[in-house]
Design a protein around this ligand. Sequence first.
Ligand code: TYD
Ligand code: MG
Length: 451
Amino acid sequence: MKEKTAFVCQNCGAHSPKWMGRCPSCGEWDTLIEEIEEDASIEFAFPPSEPVLYEEIKQAEKKRLQTGIEELNRVLGGGVVLGSLVLIGGEPGIGKSTLLLQVSRDFSAQGEKVLYVSGEESLEQIKLRGERLGIQKGNLYLLAETNLERVIAHAEKLSPQVFILDSVQTFFSSKLSSSPGTISQVREVTNQIFRFAKTNMISAFLIGHITKDGSLAGPKSLEHMVDCVLYFEGERDHSHRVVRALKNRFGPVSELAIFEMTGQGLQAVANPSAFFLKERPVNETGSAVVCTIKGSRPLLAEVQALVSSTLFAGNPRRMTIGCDHFRASMLMAIVEKKLGFSFAGEDVYLNVAGGLTIDEPATDLGILVAVVSSLKNRAVSSDLAVFGEVGLSGEIRSVGHPVARVKEASSLGFQKVILPKGNISHLEKENISGINLIGVKNVKEVIDTIF
Ligand code: TYD
Ligand code: MG
């Protein structure tokens, strides 16, 4: 009998009986790949259950393991939950294997049994990395294997508390005949590991490679199948790496951890604000410091603007890196309308230093001040930080967490903070000493105060 095949979109998983250039379901181009149709019977992960009355459900206390990396525990919502599956996605070479080998090292030092399975590297290669990370004698087992059923058989024999698979794209289940990395394989692998983690109450980590444009990602289609999704980000030319939670069934999302890649693996950055401001130029035009909030934590970021006369009359350039392009254009339009300045003959480049991204409205004021500073060729005092949302009528609107923002600025030695007038009352109760708070109502007041 001829095997039945179907074309499966590697982006969204949609099936099609014939090849098409564009997936009719998600609209991506050139993502359909022929796979052998598997028996579509769905196996349920859990035995059949009965409906239960709400008040009869007992609240189970989630047991968590602490990873030994304080930053990572915070992103996971206070450690990793036993009986959960965490997916860690990121571009190749960003440091996923390094991070999880460090996690393995710390767990094994705490006396937990760890099984690290690699489908990518030989045991010798992993050991070489382990030497750099200073792995000592302990309870860490390594396995180089790509057959999922054999991996699970080993795991059943060894019964580890922590189970790490590197990476989901390299494993294959012999139940399916498609090759590793195809969407049906990565789903099957994830499904089996998820079941294994739940039935044995262990913490499982699954690494997934993601390319910059997210294409042929595979892991993207796994997000709904796992308990927690962490993304590992960073620019190749910067040493810092950011890990953030995109989904977490056991904790808050939008928390973020900042690491630096060093010769001995990833080191948590103790003071992120100081880290991102350390190379800030003093008394240069076009630079402003803004207090933003990342997850539950305040962070100071430097916004840089360069306004220079354009060669493209009628169509000047507007470039932004690290902040929203449309928001920046809107802020420039407000400056033009309310302050009478003109960007008509000017190219405007905006950049957030250190590869950071600022994405909350409270950072409007930082962008606005940086742009005006460069346009007017007037430097902003280096002991000043700002935050506030700018409305379309030029009004400065109050924002959340004013106290945390001001305290962060104060702890880094800033003397003055310009903030929305509406936020001042929150701060009066707090009695923060040694810092001059200047409440402002509109953009005109901001510019009059600074310049
Ligand atoms: P790796 O963890 O293998 O990335 P991934 O698993 O995400 O593909 O390694 C990432 C990079 O980190 C690699 O180029 C080497 C570098 N590195 C260090 O700079 N210091 C170290 O201590 C280690 C182990 C790696
Ligand atoms: Mg790797």
